[in-house]
Design a protein around this ligand. Sequence first.
Ligand code: ADP
Ligand code: GN1
Ligand code: MG
Length: 365
Amino acid sequence: MDNLIDVAERFKPEGRIIEVREFGNGNINNTFLVTLDDSEHEHFILQRINTQVFHQPGLVMLNIRVCIEHIRRHLQQSPLGVDRRWEIPDVLLTQDGRDHWLDSGGSFWRAISFIEGSRSYDTIKDIPHAKEVGYALGIFHTLLSDLPHTSLSDTLKGFHITPFYLRRYDSVLAKFAAAKSPEVNYCIRFVEVRNAWAHILEDAKTYGKLCLRPIHGDPKVNNILIDTATGQAVSIIDLDTVKPGLVHYDIGDCLRSGCNPNGEETELFEKIYFDTDLCKAILQSYLSTAINFLTENDFYYLYDSIRLIAFELGVRFFTDYMEGNVYFKVRHPEQNLARALVQFKLTESIESQESAIRKIIRETR
Ligand code: ADP
Ligand code: GN1
Ligand code: MG
């Protein structure tokens, strides 16, 4: 890997680079904050894309640029109509006009403008924050709702296709040779009894009940930036997974992340619960903008999408644990097992509150 300052120099808009430091808590890419001595462009984000995950990073950049350009055009033609700040991150180009830089070791680097005066949180702190998270996803879907999904490439095959993860899980489990701890046995049993149901969204897609649209793919709480002065959502970042998909993947992901007050990284498994007050706030706010393009069938599958994406993420973490942590970054070898347990406990809490969640969905329509 080249020296970080040398890499940052390739994308530098103006000024001198003062510092490059690691930033954020992403599980996939390496993210750095670059500080410049230029008062107009004080920072930008530099990222090394994980090409073990994204095999075609050039296509990822193309999708991001299609998405950003579409959103800008949409906003010019029909502004949000409310007096609030909404920012779209920019892709910064290298001095020779490219959207990425390949270093001498083959690492793929790209740079994104920094949204000043904002910050992200790993968990939702209160109801107003929950409303902002729901609003941000609703705005994002609305802004992309007139972009044909065929304008975007499939840059991550199988992403959020639960049966695809289950096939991988089966083959990894068959080769898993380590002694099975009580936690591992709990996870195996957990997956086994939900296997048949887990095809629900893909079946609905196959039978034409749900249709592909442009989606974000990863709208978890820390990808939604909050204005430090007003507390309002100002942007959705991390656009690497923008591609065709079901909006249900996004709604499920946003809710499984937003309604888990203890966060994804806790090891206090008994404390994990799905907070229905936060769910209600996120959904109400999401639907205040997204109601215009959701169909009857879309609503029918909302509860299952919440349950499914929590379950699916548990399967993804557990599979990665058994495979030796090859996908999600870890600080210790058991971390992906702990993350899986969190998602499975959350799934249990969702299941135990099914009627309350279905009631919220009915009443927020
Ligand atoms: P990853 O793909 O690894 O999750 P992200 O793109 O989400 O990386 O970036 C990691 C963190 O960096 C985010 O959670 C956010 O706190 C911060 N960040 C990323 N991009 C920006 C940006 N354009 N403006 C401000 N903060 C950002
Ligand atoms: C990964 O990159 P990050 O941390 O925003 C993952 C998501 C998971 C999330 C769980 C490309 O997102 O799908 O929901 O971790 N991204 C990819 O924290 O797999
Ligand atoms: Mg992120």
